[in-house]
Design a protein around this ligand. Structure first.
Ligand SMILES: [Fe+2]
Length: 426
C-alpha cells in the first residue's frame, strides 16, 4: 500500500498514523503556527523509519533554534531515505544541503525538484518567503525571481491557503499591493490562523500607508497567536513599527519589550537581532530617546549569536549595534572583512553606521550611497530595508539638505513621505 500526504505526494511509510501526524505538522509549519515540531516528532514516533518525517522534524527544530537536534534528525533522514522514492531522496538532499551551509546547492535542488513535483510543499517552501533561499540569494532582482517562482507554482495549488499567501507576499514585495491583498484575503478566509498571511497582510497595509487599519488588524490578530510561535516576535515588531509611525511611543516600547527584544519571545536570533536593531534606530531617527544600555545589550547579543559574518542581513544589523554601542573593534571586523552573499555591500553599510555613530554625516552619506542602488541584495522585506532608506534620508537632514531628503523619499519610498518617521520632516 502506498500512502500519500495531503498534497498528493507518495510517501515511504506504511503507518497511517505517521502520515496523519506528518500532514498536521505540515499544516502548522506552513502556517507558521506553534506545534509543528511536536507533530513531526509524533510522526517519527509512529514510524521511526519514515525518512521525510525526520527531515520535516529537522526543519521544524531548525525554526525553533534547536540546531544540534535538528542536525541529528536530518542525518537520520539521510540514512533512511536511501530506500525511499526519487522525490523523497531529492527532498532530503535539498534539506541536507541547507544544513551543510550550502544554500546555493539547496536552492538549485529545490528548483529541480519542484519542476517534477510542484506540490512538494515542504521542499518548495525553502525557496518562498522573504527569508528563504531566493530572498537571501544576494542577487539583484531576487524579488522578481521570487515572484516568478510562486507564479509558476500557484496553478498547481488550486484552493491552497499556504501557496496563496506565498504568492501574495511575492506580489507585495514587487509593488502589486491590490492584487496581493485580494489574494491574501482569500488565503485568510480559508485559514484565518495562517500567520504568514496575517504577517504579510500587515506588509500590504504598510506599503499602502494604512497605519490606523494596520494597527487595529495586528493587535486583534495576535491575541490568539501562541507566543512561542516563530513569527510572534516579528509580528510584534510590525506592531511596534505601526506605533512608531503613529507617534505612539508608549505602545511602541510595549511591543518591543513584550515580543521583540532579546529574551522577550522565542524568535530566531536573526529576527531578534534585526528587528530590535531596526526599531531602536528607527526610533532614534524619529527623535525618540533610546537607552544606550539597549544598544550595549544588543551588541552583546549580536556578538554572541553572530560572531562571524556570512548572513549579510544579520551582519548589517550587527554592525549597527556595534557602532551604536561604541564597540569599534567588532564594527571594524565587519566593516573590513564581511563575507556572505552581500558581504561587499555590508562593508560600506557598516562603515556608514560607524560614521553615523560618530556624527560624521558626510562620511555616512558617502558610504551609504554605495549601496542604495541595490539594497535588495542585502535581504529582508521592503519594510525592513526602510531602515537604510530612513537612515540615508536622516543623514541628508543632518547635513541640512532638507529638499533633497524630501525628494529622495518621494523617489524611492513614496509611502514614507505621507507620514515621515524622521525628526523635523513633516
Ligand atoms: Fe515583516
Amino acid at each position: 500500500m502506498t500512502l500519500c500526504d495531503d498534497y498528493g505526494n507518495s510517501i515511504s511509510t506504511n503507518s497511517a498514523d505517521a502520515r496523519d501526524h506528518y500532514d498536521r505538522g505540515v499544516q502548522l509549519f506552513l502556517g507558521a503556527d506553534f506545534g509543528a515540531g511536536a507533530a513531526f516528532a509524533a510522526a517519527v514516533a509512529a514510524d521511526p523509519d519514515f525518512a521525510l518525517g525526520h527531515a520535516a522534524l529537522a526543519r521544524a527544530l531548525m525554526m525553533e533554534g534547536r540546531m544540534p537536534e535538528a542536525k541529528a534528525a536530518i542525518t537520520r533522514a539521510e540514512t533512511l531515505v536511501a530506500s525511499a522514492n526519487d522525490r523523497e531522496q531529492t527532498h532530503v538532499a535539498a534539506f541536507a544541503a541547507l544544513f551543510q551551509g550550502n544554500p546555493k546547492g539547496a536552492r538549485s535542488t529545490v528548483r529541480a525538484l519542484v519542476r517534477d513535483h510542484p506540490r512538494d510543499a515542504m521542499a518548495a517552501q525553502l525557496c518562498t518567503n522573504v527569508f528563504g533561499l531566493i530572498g537571501f540569494s544576494g542577487e539583484v532582482g531576487r524579488e522578481a525571481e521570487l515572484l516568478a517562482y510562486t507564479e509558476a507554482l500557484i496553478p498547481h495549488y488550486e484552493g491552497d491557503w499556504w501557496m496563496m499567501s506565498m504568492h501574495a507576499l511575492s506580489l507585495c514585495e514587487t509593488g502589486q499591493i491590490a492584487a496581493s491583498r485580494a489574494l491574501m484575503d482569500r488565503s485568510l478566509a480559508l485559514n484565518p490562523r495562517n500567520a504568514n498571511a496575517a504577517h504579510f497582510r500587515a506588509h500590504e497595509q504598510y506599503e499602502a500607508g494604512d497605519i490606523a487599519a494596520g494597527r487595529e488588524y495586528l493587535s486583534d490578530w495576535i491575541t490568539d497567536y501562541d507566543s512561542r510561535s516563530v513569527l510572534y516576535g516579528h509580528i510584534s515588531w510590525h506592531m511596534a513599527l505601526w506605533a512608531l509611525h503613529d507617534g505612539d511611543e508608549a505602545a511602541m516600547w510595549q511591543a518591543v519589550n513584550n515580543g521583540v527584544k532579546p529574551g522577550s519571545s522565542s524568535s530566531l536570533p536573526i529576527n531578534v537581532l534585526t528587528d530590535t536593531a531596526a526599531i531602536l534606530y528607527r526610533a532614534e531617527i524619529a527623535g525618540m530617546t533610546v537607552d544606550p544600555q539597549s544598544w550595549q545589550d544588543l551588541s552583546a547579543y549580536a556578538a554572541r549569536f553572530f560572531p562571524e559574518t556570512g548572513q549579510s542581513f544579520a551582519d548589517m544589523h550587527a554592525a549597527l549595534c556595534h557602532a551604536m554601542a561604541g564597540d569599534g573593534e567588532r564594527l571594524a571586523y565587519i566593516a573590513d572583512t564581511a563575507k556572505g552573499y552581500a558581504g561587499d555591500l555590508v562593508r560600506p553599510v557598516a562603515k556608514g553606521w560607524g560614521d553615523i555613530a560618530r556624527q560624521n554625516w558626510s562620511g555616512a552619506l558617502e558610504h551609504l550611497s554605495e549601496v542604495m542602488a541595490t539594497t535588495e541584495r542585502l535581504g529582508g522585506s521592503r519594510a525592513q530595508r526602510d531602515l537604510i532608506e530612513l537612515a540615508y534620508v536622516n543623514v541628508l537632514m543632518k547635513l541640512g539638505h532638507e529638499e533633497e531628503a524630501r525628494r529622495t523619499l518621494k523617489l524611492r519610498r513614496p509611502v514614507l513621505s505621507i507620514s515621515t518617521p524622521v525628526l523635523n520632516m513633516h
